[in-house]
Design a protein around this ligand. Sequence first.
Ligand SMILES: [Zn+2]
Length: 137
Amino acid sequence: MLNFVAQKKPFMGFFKGSKIYSIVKGKCPVCHTGNMYRTPNAYKLSSTLKMHERCTHCNTKFKIEPSFFYGAMYVSYPVGIIFAGIAFILSFYFFELGRLASFIVIAVFLLILLPVILRVSRNIWINLFFKFDAEKV
Ligand SMILES: [Zn+2]
């Protein structure tokens, strides 16, 4: 117990080893150590989707076949719906805005979160095909 406190693990460290950790942090789905993206900041728009070809830690090849990440489009739709739903609930029920104002809020919300949605979709997609390997950490 004391050892755990002394380590001062960041919050997400608790999830290390689960797919949630890799999806939220953008880490390699196999080792959860190497970064998948060249820049950690998704809002640096020129390099939002620029990824390392292989994991810098365990050498896993991320793009396992040509056009592999086109499949992330199927994931981005439900991810976008979830974010739009959150924006709708906040604007329509919490702030009691009208339908048109809520629609505008949803559109702006999705536009602002586009880089995050793109990355989360890719992260979910790649985590469907890879499993965490504790030996490669
Ligand atoms: Zn790795």
